[in-house]
Structure formats: structure tokens, C-alpha cells
Design a protein around this ligand. Structure first.
Ligand SMILES: NC(=O)C1=CN([C@@H]2O[C@H](COP(=O)(O)OP(=O)(O)OC[C@H]3O[C@@H](n4cnc5c(N)ncnc54)[C@H](O)[C@@H]3O)[C@@H](O)[C@H]2O)C=CC1
Ligand SMILES: O=C(O)[C@@H]1CCC=N1
Length: 264
């Protein structure tokens, strides 16, 4: 028996599969996808096993990670009914409630939800974890061990999962356009495109690390960059004039509302 089976090898599934292979070793990971060739190609790349059906994956792995679209979770669980004895189901799907997962799997199957993000692929992810009624401490710690190479993992109440998803799950897509736009500004000011992107991305990484490592309020860190009468405050004033903060808050709220609808 392998430790982890993954159903769905798309953007999020493949990021988690790579991290699980690093944490457990590829011999502990089995993967399946609707298009087998896609699972096979990933398995060949990282050395884990690909199987042709979801049932084979569930039969081979103790922790069964469901990495398909929210609307497909119910159907996949119906397909797996009878194959989940002594298994633990871990859903990655946004907006699909633990209570629904429990009703679709049957009461005796422990169920957990996780909300990862794509930077899990390089060990820089932020993932939340919630457990259903029959999930035991061992199930939490086992999932945390499987996710050990994905980055930061935190247990949260399920009621906060949609809000967490909006900030951390969707968040990378709110940051990439910003990095791209900063680089565009750099290009407009004369930097070569390839250099401008590296400078913008490394700066973003550094600024985020300052928030996490210093514990200082982002407002204070911003103030530290703004020399009186200098260039930074001129740029900050432009961001405020264009409503950067309102745009960021509205983006998170729109994603939060949508997350709540995805499982329905
Ligand atoms: N993309 C992201 O950043 C994040 C996604 N999620 C969740 O992860 C799940 C997957 O999302 P993505 O990876 O973005 O989608 P995706 O479309 O990239 O991947 C889904 C994969 O599932 C496969 N698939 C479809 N039906 C299947 C079936 N019946 N059996 C086996 N495989 C099947 C598809 O061929 C595809 O490879 C969603 O539920 C989403 O809410 C959660 C956090 C972040
Ligand atoms: O866009 C989505 O629906 C998923 C949920 C979190 C990130 N991607």
C-alpha cells in the first residue's frame, strides 16, 4: 500500500504530487487522471506510478487526494464508492463542504479538506487544512507530513476556508499581474524585459519576506522606503490615486463570494 493517491493531475494536483514525492519518495505516490497519458507523463517525469482508473488509484493509496474541479467531486466519489474502506479522503476542491464530502463518502470514511496554492510546487506554498467529524489527529499529522515539502501548512476552522482560499489559494493570480505590470513600468523606463521581470519578482519576494520575518506592519515597512520628498512617495501617491487598495480588497471579496458558490 502506498501512502498517497492523487486523482487529477492538473495545475494543483501536479504541484501537490511533486511535493508529496519529495516528502514521501516517489515510490509512495500513485496518480490517476481522466486522460491517462497526462498522468503517465507526470509519473515518468518524477518517478511515481500512474494508473489508468480512479478506482485503481484509491485501491493503491491510503490517503486519496481529490484534485478535480469542485463540480466533479461528487461524481468521482460515487465512482469510488466501495473502494474507500480504510482510506482517508482529502479534497482540494474550493467551496466543497466537509459535510457534503461526508454524505457522499459514507460516515465511516474520514474526510479532510485542504486549500493549497500553486507555489506548493516549489515548496513556497500556503495551505490550510480542516477535518471532518471522524478525522483523527493521526489523519491531520499524516496529511501534514505528506504536505511537508509544500511550504507553510496551517489548520483552520472550516468556516474560514472560503476566506482563506480567496487570499492564499487565489492570491497568486492577484500578484502575478502586478509583477508583470511593475516589469512593464520598468521596460517603459528603459530596462530590458528579462531583467525587469527578475528585478520585479525578486523585489516582491524580498518585500513579502520582510513582512513575515520582521513581523513589522506593512505600513511601517512602506514608510521606511519613502524618503521625505523622494521618488517612492511619488509612486505611492499614484497607486493610491488609481485605487490599488480598493482593487485588492474587492478582488479578495469577489473570490470569497465565488468560492462559496463553487461547491453548489
Ligand atoms: N489551481 C489552483 O491554484 C488551485 C486549485 N484548487 C482546486 O484544485 C482542483 C483542481 O483545480 P486545477 O488543478 O486548477 O484544475 P485543472 O483543470 O488544471 O485540473 C483538473 C484535472 O482533473 C482531471 N480530471 C477531470 N475529471 C476527472 C476525473 N473524473 N477523474 C480523474 N481526473 C479528472 C483533468 O483532466 C485535469 O487534469 C479544483 O477543485 C480547485 O478548486 C485549490 C487550490 C488552488
Ligand atoms: O480558481 C479557482 O477556482 C481555484 C480555487 C483557488 C485557486 N484556484
Amino acid at each position: 500500500m502506498k501512502k498517497a493517491a492523487f486523482i487529477g493531475t492538473g495545475n494543483m494536483g501536479s504541484a501537490l504530487i511533486k511535493a508529496a514525492c519529495r516528502a514521501l519518495g516517489p515510490d509512495q505516490v500513485v496518480v490517476a487522471n481522466r486522460t491517462f497519458e497526462k498522468a503517465e507523463e507526470l509519473a515518468r517525469e518524477i518517478g511515481c506510478q500512474a494508473v489508468r482508473t480512479n478506482q485503481e488509484a484509491a485501491a493503491a493509496g491510503e490517503y486519496v487526494f481529490l484534485c478535480v474541479k469542485p463540480k466533479l467531486i461528487h461524481g468521482v466519489l460515487e465512482e469510488l464508492s466501495g473502494a474507500l474502506m480504510d482510506r482517508v479522503v482529502v479534497s482540494v476542491a474550493a467551496g466543497v463542504l466537509l459535510a457534503d464530502l461526508e454524505s457522499w463518502t459514507g460516515e465511516r470514511v474520514p474526510v479532510l479538506r485542504i486549500m493549497p496554492n500553486t507555489p506548493c510546487a516549489i515548496g513556497a506554498g500556503m495551505t490550510a487544512l480542516s477535518g471532518g467529524k471522524t478525522a483523527k489527529e493521526k489523519h491531520f499529522t499524516d496529511v501534514e507530513d505528506i504536505l511537508a515539502q509544500t511550504g507553510r501548512v496551517e489548520r483552520i476552522e472550516e468556516g474560514l476556508m472560503d476566506a482563506f482560499s480567496a487570499v492564499a489559494g487565489c492570491g497568486p493570480a492577484f500578484i502575478y499581474p502586478y509583477i508583470e505590470a511593475l516589469a512593464d513600468g520598468g521596460v517603459a523606463a528603459g530596462l530590458p524585459r528579462s531583467k525587469a521581470l527578475v528585478y520585479a519578482a525578486q523585489m516582491t519576494l524580498g518585500a513579502a519576506s520582510m513582512v513575515l520575518e520582521s513581523g513589522a506592519h506593512p505600513g511601517k515597512l512602506k514608510d521606511d522606503v519613502c524618503s521625505p520628498g523622494g521618488s517612492t512617495i511619488a509612486g505611492v501617491a499614484e497607486l493610491e490615486r488609481h485605487g490599488l487598495r480598493a482593487a485588492a480588497i474587492d478582488a479578495v471579496l469577489a473570490a470569497w463570494q465565488k468560492n462559496g458558490q463553487l461547491g453548489k
